[in-house]
Design a binder for this molecule. Structure first.
Ligand code: PMP
Length: 384
């Protein structure tokens, strides 16, 4: 129930809206927000504490607005992670990739502008659109959740969006973007018009790679194409594979032109000195921070196989192909809320998200996954 008095001049289009967010419940097994379940090791914690202690005496001053040292750390990390060397002025940080995305909408969206997404996809995109008065439109994915590239290209030419948003791997489905599809979309964006903009202006293609470190070996990242495509923006985060969600650090890899557009709309000093110091410290321990990623990938494959062997009302569960740290499963649950609630009663929190009939579970520790399997097997027996 809203506690907002009707006498407050809340924007008309926000009346009746609720704050977005997955439930934050204190339960033993939390598999609902796609975090890395493994805590930073003590050596990482010590470096973070030391780095923050070092800058503490400077906290009377504003932080480095351009966060140059951190942008250097993004560059070093991306070179190691994706084999692509980007310059500091092709990188940009913010408080989570949520803020990166909002800044992109602030720079390229706005009244009279359209953003195009491919559903099912990340549920925050329509909120960034709402908050920046950008119209939000959708081109639908195929039934197996792969991108329908012909339909999307058709929509790019029809709708004339200022921004095209592709999530790869996609949330909530885990689906990776085919590299040939990415190239075809870039080609379409490089010739399409933008509603509300002068001739010669073309859409920005935003690839949201929040989960990209979980991709299978050999799957390329979109950052490889940045040097050749000035309209490509790739959003990344330290929140997922990098096990740093609590620090709130996301970053953007793009042409210098796109970074300069975003710099116009950013709040001055948006990244605190404490955040910058903590993130630089964590990057000193990249090996430790990423050490569980391959295990989480194996957990995903093992869990997918286990789920496919379970049945609901006589039919095996479906599992969407995933290159992420979560799985969308079910496909034909008549009442997914009931399954969610039964799991919750057993102390297991997953997520009701995506198309009806499906549920999403994120990969936890071995112990958490054992509890999930035990809980779900029991729940499936009850609901049969
Ligand atoms: N993009 C996608 C696809 C996500 O799933 C999330 C987090 N759930 C984000 C962006 C935002 O993550 P953060 O702000 O923690 O970087």
């Amino acid at each position: 129930m809203s506690t907002i008095p009707a006498s407050l001049p809340l924007r008309n289009d926000l009346i009746g809206e609720e704050p977005y967010g997955a439930p934050q419940l204190d339960v033993p097994v939390c598999l609902n927000v796609n975090e890395n379940p493994y805590a930073p090791d003590p050596a990482v914690c010590d470096t973070i504490a030391r780095r923050v202690r070092e800058i503490a005496p400077t906290l009377n001053r504003y932080p480095d607005r351009e966060h140059i040292e951190l942008r250097r750390a993004f560059s070093t990390y991306l070179e190691r992670e994706s084999g692509v060397r980007l310059d500091v002025d092709e990188l940009w940080g913010a408080n989570g990739s949520n803020e990166i995305m909002l800044q992109l909408f602030q720079a390229f969206g706005g009244p009279g502008r359209i953003a195009l997404g491919c559903d099912p996809t990340y549920s925050m995109y329509p909120e960034y659109a709402r908050d920046t008065f950008t119209e939000w439109k959708l081109a639908h994915r195929n039934p197996d959740f792969t991108l329908n590239v012909e339909r999307t290209i058709e929509a790019i030419h029809d709708v004339k969006p200022a921004m095209v948003l592709i999530t790869s791997p996609n949330n909530p489905t885990g689906t990776p973007l085919d590299p040939a599809d990415l190239k075809a979309l870039l080609k379409a964006c490089e010739t399409a018009d933008v509603a509300g903009a002068p001739e010669g202006v073309h859409p920005v293609l935003v690839v949201d790679e929040a989960y990209v470190e979980f991709r299978n070996p050999g799957t390329p990242s979109a950052v490889e194409l940045i040097k050749d495509h000035p309209n490509l923006a790739v959003s990344r985060t330290m929140s997922k594979a990098f096990a740093f969600a609590g620090a709130r650090v996301g970053y953007l890899a793009a042409s210098r032109g796109i970074i300069d557009c975003v710099r116009i709309v950013r709040m001055p000093y948006h990244l605190s000195a404490v955040t910058q110091a903590a993130a630089i410290a964590a990057f000193e321990h990249t090996d430790e921070q990423l050490s569980r990623v391959s295990h989480l990938r194996e957990t995903r494959e093992a869990t997918a196989a286990w789920l496919r062997a379970q049945t609901y009302k006589g039919q095996p569960l479906e599992v969407a192909q995933s290159e992420s740290n979560f799985l969308l499963f079910g496909g034909h649950f008549d009442d997914r809320d009931a399954i969610f609630e039964e799991l919750l009663k057993r102390g297991i929190l997953i997520r009701v998200v995506g198309p009806d009939g499906w549920l999403r579970v994120c990969m936890g520790t071995d112990d958490e996954m054992a509890k999930f399997r035990e809980g779900l097997a029991e729940v499936l027996r009850i609901v049969e």
